[in-house]
Write a protein that binds this ligand. Structure first.
Ligand code: XIL
Length: 607
């Protein structure tokens, strides 16, 4: 059940004028999540020219589909549609992109990918009448129908995607047509559970009394209730808070790479994990590291401080440290990849995440709702769930595999993997614009865990869960796994859907292999490879072949980016690994670029 852009969406209308010079930009239309009756998508405008774009407007038209809501742009018209920038995302520097999102009602047809037009796109329109993988942007063309000017909906930019994707896959329980509108997401009402969250019929439900206690416009919706499920009720979700945060935020989603380094060689994010909790690697105490980030990268991941436990002070939410980092990112030309809304290790879990917590599901929901809403508009993407799959090398409690899943506290409390589904649905409702990733390690081995990953992602897609991409952490070694296996593992995810993005989220390459049964080939002294050693040259080839594999296997529109897990070798979480020193990153102990850095340069520049 998709909403339509009703008259209410056009309140606050204003006039705007097109005063845009012809530019060389590519404008691509992407589907980010699809379910039976609709989908969410985005239009991404990438400045391919040599001067900045100041202000943009695009247009498009469907045969059967119709727009039901949008965000991060002023959208007008009723097929054809026109969209122009908001105050904070009109500026696009050369090589940079801006995206805005929308939700579409298929209207009885199949999902369409119309051409995107507009003076900004002329000459090099990258559009998508077919999956991105089969239409190179350079040959795609479109000539848009012109769009009559120009009543814009100021509300369109703040109307969230809220319940419809969930509604289509979350039928009501035996409470007739009634459901619970829980901060913009619809859940079944419980039949037997009288308080809080329940687990009935193999899914989460909310007790009638708990739902009814939510403030308007949330609460019980559907026939017989006072707040029917309609476009008006769903457009009044928590995302009104979200959008006010978004519209007042700086242009983090259209950030600018400030250097001529690695990021300038790619049209997808080139990221780095940064430390911000003390020590030599702390970005706030090391101006040398700040310089490297600014010069080489255009995205950061917080190495630790956006993980679950770091979101609290005692039992209260506390965002002081993470806000500081996110602001720093915006001020320094970096987008932010959020890491991670859900992750199991006991040493980075909040207090509520225990087996004995009877309110676990409520606390779980509140965590995702609050954290995702807090960073909405400031985080380009999230690892929504990290490491949910079983790994025989990392099973501290010895609980074993449950059909490929790790039996984490989340799995135990939910009695199955459905916490993953719920986490994604909540994240989408709280922040409709963030790209939502599932992230894991050893999945590049192309073994049993890769199969479990394929099964997990397929299950989520089948359930209409709003997943936009899959992250391969890619903590690998110089000699393992083989590049053929890495390539095939990524290919298996590429093949699952025409739109899923693939991201390398935590790349590092260790010189030593402590598991190969051969200690004579190990570097054992910290000085062995501080400046040079044969292993560093092999590492260069390894970084290069991994980036090349990514470019070969992942179609252009589906590259979520490549992030390395730390700036310089002394910062790495693998400084010593299995009692051996290691040097897994792109910059050495003196913060100088290593051969590995050159390997990435060569791969990104096609050499
Ligand atoms: C690591 C950090 O690098 C360490 O500083 C911290 O002590 C533990 O976590 N996979 C992940 C990351 O998803 O969050 C981990 O980061 C490395 C493995």
């Amino acid at each position: 059940m998709a909403k339509s852009l009703g008259a209410a969406a056009f309140l606050g209308a204003a006039l705007f004028a097109h005063t845009l010079a012809a530019q060389t930009a590519t404008c691509s239309y992407n589907i980010t999540n699809e379910w039976n009756t609709g989908y969410t998508g985005d239009i991404t405008i990438t400045n391919r020219g040599s001067s900045a774009i100041n202000g943009w407007s695009v247009n498009w038209q469907y045969a059967t589909n119709r727009l039901s809501s949008s965000w991060n742009a002023n959208v007008s018209g009723s097929n054809p549609y026109s969209a122009s920038n908001l105050s904070w995302n009109g500026n696009i520097q050369p090589g940079q992109s801006v995206s805005f999102g929308f939700q579409v009602n298929k209207n009885g047809g199949s999902a369409e990918r119309p051409s995107v037009g507009g003076s900004i796109c002329s000459g090099s329109v990258a559009s998508s009448s077919a999956p991105a993988s089969s239409v190179p942007s350079s040959i795609a063309s479109s000539s848009p129908s012109s769009v009559a000017s120009s009543v814009i909906s100021s509300m369109a930019s703040s109307s969230p995607v809220s319940s419809s994707s969930v509604a289509s896959s979350t039928p009501g329980s035996s409470s007739g047509n009634q459901q619970c509108n829980w901060y913009g997401t619809l859940y079944p009402l419980c039949v037997t559970t009288t308080n809080g969250w329940g687990w009935e019929d193999q899914r989460s439900c909310i007790a009638r009394s708990t739902c009814a206690a939510q403030p308007a416009p949330f609460g019980i919706v559907g026939s017989g209730s006072s707040t029917p499920v309609s476009s008006s009720s769903s457009s009044l979700s928590s995302s009104s808070v979200v959008s006010s945060i978004r519209s007042s935020s700086s242009s983090s989603s259209s950030s600018v790479a400030t250097g001529n380094g690695l990021a300038s060689l790619a049209d997808f994010p080139i990221g780095v994990a940064v430390a911000a909790s003390g020590g030599n690697a702390d970005i706030f105490t090391s101006s040398a590291r700040q310089n490297i980030v600014r010069a080489e990268f255009n995205q950061i991941t917080a190495e630790n401080i956006m993980k679950m436990s770091y979101m609290y002070s005692g039992s209260n939410f506390s965002f002081t440290n993470s806000d500081r980092l996110v602001s720093w990112a915006a001020q320094n030309g970096q987008t932010v990849h959020g890491h991670a809304l859900v992750w199991h290790p006991s040493y980075q879990l909040p207090n509520w995440a225990s087996d004995s917590n009877a309110n676990f599901r409520q606390d779980f929901a509140r965590h995702i709702d609050t954290v995702a809403a807090h960073f909405a508009g400031q985080v380009k993407s999230w690892d929504v769930v990290n490491e949910a799959l079983f790994d025989s090398a990392d099973d501290p409690d010895g609980r074993g595999s449950a059909n490929g899943y790790r039996q984490s506290v989340f799995y135990r409390q939910f009695g199955g993997p459905e916490y993953i589904d719920e986490a994604f649905r909540r994240a989408r409702a709280a922040d409709p614009t963030a790209e939502l990733y599932y992230n894991d390690f050893n999945t590049e081995e192309n073994g049993a865990k890769t199969t479990a990953l394929v099964n997990l992602v397929q299950r989520l897609l089948n359930n209409g869960v709003p997943i936009d991409g899959v992250g391969f952490q890619m903590h690998v070694m110089n000699d393992y796994p083989s590049i053929a296996n890495i390539r095939q593992a990524m290919q298996k995810i590429v093949a699952l859907s025409p739109t899923l993005k693939i991201k390398i989220t935590e790349l590092d390459v260790r010189l030593n292999n402590p598991y190969d049964g051969n200690s004579s080939n190990d570097y054992t002294n910290r000085n062995d490879c501080a400046v040079s050693c044969a292993g560093l040259d092999r590492q260069k080839a390894r970084y290069k072949e991994i980036v090349q594999a990514y470019l070969e296997v992942v179609p252009p529109g589906r590259r979520g980016g490549i992030t390395v897990w730390g700036i310089a070798d002394p910062d790495s979480w693998l400084y010593t690994h299995q009692n051996l020193p290691d040097w897994p990153l792109l910059f050495n102990d003196n913060l100088q670029p290593k051969p590995a850095y050159q390997g990435v340069v060569e791969a990104l520049s096609g050499r």
